[in-house]
Write a protein that binds this ligand. Sequence first.
Ligand SMILES: [Zn+2]
Length: 272
Amino acid sequence: MNSRAIPEAAWAVIGGSGTAGCDFPADAGAGASVLDDQMIFDTPDGVSPPFRLFETAAGRRCLTVRLHGWREGVSRGAASRQVFRVLAQAGVRHIFSEAGVGALNHLLDPRDIVIPDDFVDLTTHRDPEPVAGGNLLIMRDPVCPVMSAALVESARQHGRGRVFGRGTCVVTEGPRFESRAEIRMMQPHGDIIGQSMCPEVWLARDIGACYAALYIIVNHAEGVVRDWEHPLLKEIFERDAVNQSRMLLEALDAVDEKSQCSCAGLRKPSLL
Ligand SMILES: [Zn+2]
């Protein structure tokens, strides 16, 4: 157990499979410097996963944590609540997230990048309790347009595939992949499929933070176009990690905090 104080930071990057193949943010070569590392905090939902605190080239203080993936004995819902308790306490107002995802849309290919603007939540076992509470969370525009525009710009600079600034992410429970029949059911409802966007997209709104996600296609979903190949998936995770890191850091520093977005107005006091 660790009772150290949670540091102040206005920015956060929730890491997933897209940057797992490198040491984020050091390997990006974007001038970020690590201020503290392996920070574990007690939260009302249990001990958090380890956080890293760094400062970007532009001097922005950012917390980063690997939320995606599974810790033994910790549910995905509990892990999400631990992470967002820490981010809320730190005063985080902007959250970037990244992950590798599958293509539901047959026009997408491996290495294409999608910055989603909507989602369908098909998770069934993740704790639906908010962290801040007392809020009516409106999901009309769940993703911050200002942060997404910054991601699109940086992805176009550094991506190895095409870049799409909109798309719907179908979110499944995992950890297994889906069957062909499940994908046939989901295909009309989204462009990409992943296991990360929920609950983080609405927990971000719950704590009053803007949110945007950078997703790289690592495979076709089952039954879409062709059977995917494990070596290609592995190659993308390993070779694109540094690129993904650079995109995130450049987007983070490019966001104009004075830009007007509608995110804050989509959290109202609960009427119940
Ligand atoms: Zn916003």
